[in-house]
Design a binder for this molecule. Structure first.
Ligand code: PXG
Length: 448
């Protein structure tokens, strides 16, 4: 049998050679000199290869919404692997994709019920952008090709996603990116909104920046606007009250599609199935991934308004309507994982559980207000962030030190810039929140 790594197996002769794997979004040399390897996971906790239990404060990477080790999901994947490993998705199908799309439609905002499958959030974004541009073209409005994103937006790492995205480090190394892209201003404003609970009061007017760009380029050239309802990777930026509504109004005024990137906010993170419902703003297209399979298999999806889908369903019946798709679109194992995840979310009430925990979460996080170095605490649903004053001349270092210290002390968080971000599994209990925030409070006291 192949070796399966388990707790307490770390020793110099046991450890694989770490040099071959070029790790994603990682300081490779630093990591390999002091690796953090996880080998087991159950409920709210990971176990490291040294045998330490680590409270998962980020649901893996914002994806394990129902907590780890869900037997129903594991069993569904095993059963599917035994029955049929793979089936082609082009001009062929298997029942799982159709069943899953219909199940998903029950949880989506009304009218957004056509589903295209991908394998990741990044692929969902590329797919959504392509559908948006092609939609205008199939309607005879092919002059609409421009895409508008937002500063500090994160839409994955492929060329479309980094082009509409607004994280400088993710863009600057990679050449000219897509043409025909522009960005509205981000909404982060500590002077006015620091220590807001939930949606900040100030900044709805920043949506007017969209009107400015639309007028600059002429509305007839703009295909779509893409934003995260809550920006995650750029440091948990919560939309000001009224802001998303204004974006919707401006898009409506000019016939522009609004895409919500719900890779993070989908599947219960805010206490509703999707962020669109939470904010009561209906986009035209929603991108998703992560929680779709509870992180147990790679899968993404694009949810499209029925009219958009239907606009493609003209022309000869034997013609392919959309020249787009992936070898693994709707992979049987991922479908099995997603169907079982929906079962778990539904039976455990996880689509709305974040709403029940949000007040306790908020109070606990805001107890860190006066801890050393803290310049902001923000929260929404089961998302939280603590922003630290950067060390002069060494941005990101202070938050990363906090991440390392927390990990050493049994708590996993994420950092981006000098912000500590948290997004625990939605099964979190009060005692876990106490442990997470308690450990973080101790860490902040120790920080340089
Ligand atoms: N859109 C959004 C809004 C995301 O948050 C992606 C697209 C890309 O998804 P994939 O599956 O291609 O990675 C994401 C991914 C973090 C973190 O800690 C966030 C993501 C990924 C890794 C880390 O902030 N979000």
């Amino acid at each position: 049998m192949d070796k399966i790594w388990a707790a307490n197996m770390m020793s110099s002769e046991n450890l694989p050679d770490l040099s071959y794997h070029w790790m994603p979004f990682t300081a490779n040399r630093q990591f390999k000199s002091n690796p953090r390897l996880l080998v087991e996971a159950e409920g709210m906790f990971y176990t490291s290869v040294e045998g330490n239990r680590i409270l998962d404060g980020v649901a893996g990477l914002w994806c394990v919404n129902a907590g780890h080790g869900r037997k129903r999901i594991a069993q569904a994947i095993k059963d599917q692997a035994d029955r049929m490993d793979y089936s082609p998705g082009f001009q062929m199908g298997h029942p799982g994709t159709f069943e899953l799309a219909a199940r998903l439609a029950q949880h989506l905002p009304r009218g957004i019920d056509r589903v295209f499958f991908t394998n990741s959030g990044s692929e969902s974004v590329e797919t959504a952008l392509k559908i948006a541009i092609a939609y205008h073209r199939v309607r005879g409005d092919g002059g609409r090709f421009r895409l508008i994103g937002r500063e500090r937006g994160y839409h994955g790492v492929n060329f479309g996603g980094i082009s509409v995205g607004g994280m400088v480090a993710n863009r600057k190394m990679f050449g000219s990116l897509l043409t025909g892209v522009d960005h509205i201003r981000h909404t982060h404003n500590l002077e006015k909104n620091a220590f807001s609970r939930g949606q900040p009061a100030h900044g709805a007017e920043l949506a007017e920046d969209l009107e400015r760009l639309v007028q600059l380029h002429d509305p007839s050239t703009v295909a779509a606007v893409i934003v995260e309802p809550v920006a995650g990777s750029a440091g948990v930026l919560i939309p000001p009250l009224g802001y998303l509504q204004k974006l919707r109004e401006i898009c409506d005024r000019h016939g522009i599609l609004l895409i919500f990137d719900e890779v993070i906010t989908g599947f219960g993170r805010l206490g509703k199935p999707f962020g669109s419902e939470y904010f009561d703003v209906k986009p035209d297209i929603i991108t998703a991934a992560k929680g779709l399979t509870n992180g147990a298999a790679p899968m993404g999806a694009v949810f499209v308004k029925r009219e958009i889908h239907d606009a493609f369903m003209h022309g000869p019946e034997g013609a392919i309507e959309l020249f787009h798709g992936y070898t693994y679109s709707g992979h049987p194992l991922a479908c099995a994982a997603a169907l079982a995840s929906l079962d778990v979310y539904e039976s455990d009430g996880l689509f709305t559980r974040a709403a029940a925990m949000a007040d306790y979460w908020e109070d606990a996080l805001h107890s860190l207000k006066d801890a050393p170095h803290v310049i902001d605490v923000r929260n929404i649903g089961l998302i939280g962030a603590v922003e630290l004053e950067p060390i002069a001349g060494q941005p990101t270092k202070r938050a990363f030190s906090a991440f390392l210290d927390a990990y050493e002390n049994g708590v996993l968080v994420r950092t981006t810039g000098d912000t500590i971000a948290m997004s625990p599994p939605l099964i979190i209990e009060k005692q876990h929140i106490d442990q997470l925030v308690g450990t973080l409070g101790e860490v902040l006291k120790r920080l340089e």
